[in-house]
Design a protein around this ligand. Structure first.
Ligand code: S3P
Length: 177
């Protein structure tokens, strides 16, 4: 089974996903790292060299490749059941081909946080590596993007949950296909 974690930057997709995968003994991947590794470039460089549109196309391509590997049973390693927790970049579902892909072929979980919590986490994390936020007033920009994206996340999600509330038992109880 492929569980995708979606939600706004700073909601904890990667840290929650990694911890869950560890407890479940499942594989873990993170789309930002796959793009960076594959392109040998950091995300801000991809945005500044090629623009956001190209980044969304690349993101779609790398997400698709991982889904194909786990869907077709050719994933390496010991996990015969081909289970993975796959954390996606916060903007991935805003590109409709990616939204379609994750809705049709994975079980998407929307890790939903109050906007104040996101702002607080992003203040701590910093925005240098997040080109959609860098150079903007953090609070105004986060509130604007959250209101634009909320319907996208909700429309994609098979489950909506606060990141602190998700447990391995909840994941094990999911039936997909
Ligand atoms: C983005 C979120 C980032 C990364 C890129 C764009 C977005 O991922 O993919 O900077 O548009 O929300 P995280 O959600 O892991 O920070």
């Amino acid at each position: 089974m492929i569980i995708t974690l979606i939600g706004f930057m700073g909601c904890g997709k990667s840290s929650v996903g990694k911890a869950l995968a560890g407890k479940l003994g499942w594989d873990f991947a993170d789309s930002d790292s796959l793009v960076e590794l594959g392109e040998q470039m950091k995300i801000p460089e991809i945005f500044s060299n090629y623009g956001e549109k190209r980044f969304r196309e690349l993101e779609y391509m790398y997400i698709g490749k991982t889904i194909d590997r786990y869907d077709s049973g050719t994933a390496p390693g010991k996990h015969q059941e081909r289970n993975i927790i796959f954390s996606l970049g916060g903007g991935a579902p805003t590109y409709s081909p990616t939204a379609r892909l994750i809705k049709e072929r994975t079980f998407p979980i929307y890790l939903k946080c109050p906007v104040e919590e996101l702002i607080e986490n992003l203040r701590i994390d910093g925005t240098e590596n997040r080109p959609v936020l860098a150079g903007h007033d953090l609070e105004t920009r986060v509130r604007q993007l959250v209101s634009e994206r909320e319907p996208v996340y909700s429309g994609c999600a098979g489950m909506v949950i606060h990141p602190y509330s998700i447990t391995p038992e909840i994941i094990r109880s999911i039936r997909f296909r």
